[in-house]
Design a protein around this ligand. Structure first.
Ligand SMILES: Cc1cc2nc3c(=O)[nH]c(=O)nc-3n(C[C@H](O)[C@H](O)[C@H](O)COP(=O)(O)O)c2cc1C
Length: 379
């Protein structure tokens, strides 16, 4: 059985281990372009041993950003910054992955530490938001929503494909579509957000049409030999929203359209959630395992997997293929190295770059590495 540190191959890409830095929006971009900050953040996580490294969600259009300081790939001028990111990740032994998305009716946000509420469309840093139906999310997101026309939906699919081509030009080797967390894709899938009466709403099959067409468009623009995956809003935790059974069916459908792996996450189409086990360790693991068994597709999950023993067991018991770490990756850029120590890996230093480990093996100092007993080599 594989464990957290076993390589993982999907299509022509092999990850050195099963540990993924999950996409995390950092609000540090100017005009959608990433810069030194992102090279620092992501290069450090690759050096710390993460096998697959995602920058934040990258918007396919300007109005697909969470806020005005978020990154995008709607213009060729945004390729170079991301190419710097992919180069440093690869140089540090990681595989660079991109998450393409559109925030839909949850866009036009203030910075989280300034309130994480929506800015009105007339604000200089805000914009009118678009979604399947003219239904505001409510609460923190109160402003009117433009219901997308079919022509606009097709434009968005073209924007997905164009961003995928730019992502390939920037050197990414793995592409995830962000269709979770109440953003555009998630809102097409959820009856709480999608009340259309045309071919893009109503039945479960019609609510998945946006996904199928977006996936087809991206698959045609993205090399067949590289992984194409989706973060799916798989449960709204609300009686009238997406149920997990819907997601099991959807993943099987999407697999027929070229999906290589499913990253099962939350719907987040309402704040009125019921029975969401938000504080439980690894609460998406059993759900993802069900998809893996039922559909026969590799799966990954995030949510509360920062305890190495729990993350490792999820892989070793054959429940999931990849562990996505969000907050733990922010807290500890060397989480994989630290987890290797915690789990009794025979050579934790192998998780770090070789040009560091010569010193750590051969000159660890009297207290050993990080105050631990010396690991490997003579003190
Ligand atoms: C600061 C921050 C920003 C995030 N931004 C994104 C994002 O851009 N795309 C996404 O799919 N999830 C985003 N998430 C969710 C994480 O990727 C992850 O799924 C979530 O934090 C649960 O994993 P964890 O328990 O390891 O933190 C974000 C989370 C945090 C903490």
């Amino acid at each position: 059985m594989p464990d957290l540190f076993s390589p993982f191959t999907l299509k022509d890409v092999t990850l050195r281990n099963r540990i993924v830095m999950s996409p995390m929006t950092m609000y540090r971009s100017t005009e959608g372009r990433v810069d030194d900050y992102h090279v620092m953040l992501l290069g450090a996580r690759a050096a710390g041993g993460f096998g697959l490294v995602f920058p934040e969600q990258i918007a396919i259009t300007p109005d697909g950003r969470t806020g005005v300081h978020c990154a995008g790939l709607w213009d060729d001028s945004q390729i170079e910054g991301l190419a710097r990111v992919t180069r440093i990740i690869r140089e540090m032994g990681g595989v660079p992955a991109i998450q393409l998305g559109h925030t839909g009716r949850k866009g036009s946000e203030k910075l989280p530490w300034e309130g994480k509420t929506q800015l009105p469309p007339e604000h200089p840093d805000g914009w009118p938001v678009r979604a399947p139906s003219a239904l505001p999310y409510g609460g923190r997101y109160p402003y009117p929503v433009h219901a997308l026309t079919v022509a606009e939906i097709h434009d968005l699919h073209r924007a997905y494909a164009a961003a995928a081509r730019r992502a390939h030009a920037a050197g990414f080797e793995w592409l995830e579509m962000h269709f979770a967390h109440g953003y555009l894709g998630a809102s097409f899938f959820s009856p709480l957000a999608n009340q259309r009466t045309d071919d893009y709403g109503g039945s479960l099959d019609k609510r998945l049409r946006f996904h199928r067409e977006a996936l087809d468009a991206v698959r045609a623009a993205w090399p067949e030999r590289l992984p194409l995956t989706m973060r799916l809003g798989s449960d709204d935790f609300h009686p009238d929203g997406v149920q997990f059974d819907d997601a099991v069916w959807a993943v099987a459908e999407l697999r027929r359209h070229g999906l290589d792996l499913a990253d099962l996450s939350l719907g987040m189409n309402t704040d009125d959630v019921r029975d969401l086990p938000f504080r439980e360790q690894g609460f998406m693991v059993e759900r993802a395992a069900r998809v893996r068994r039922a559909v026969g597709i590799p799966v990954g999950v995030s949510w509360n997997l920062a305890v190495p023993q729990i993350a490792n067991a999820a892989i070793a018991e054959g429940k999931i293929d990849l562990v996505f770490l969000g907050r733990a990756a922010l807290a500890n850029p060397h989480w994989p190295f630290w987890a290797a120590r915690e789990l009794g890996h025979p050579d934790p230093l192998a998780l770090l770059p070789e040009d560091w480990t010569w010193w750590l093996r051969n000159r660890p100092g009297p207290e050993g590495v990080l105050g631990w007993p010396a690991v490997g080599g003579a003190p």
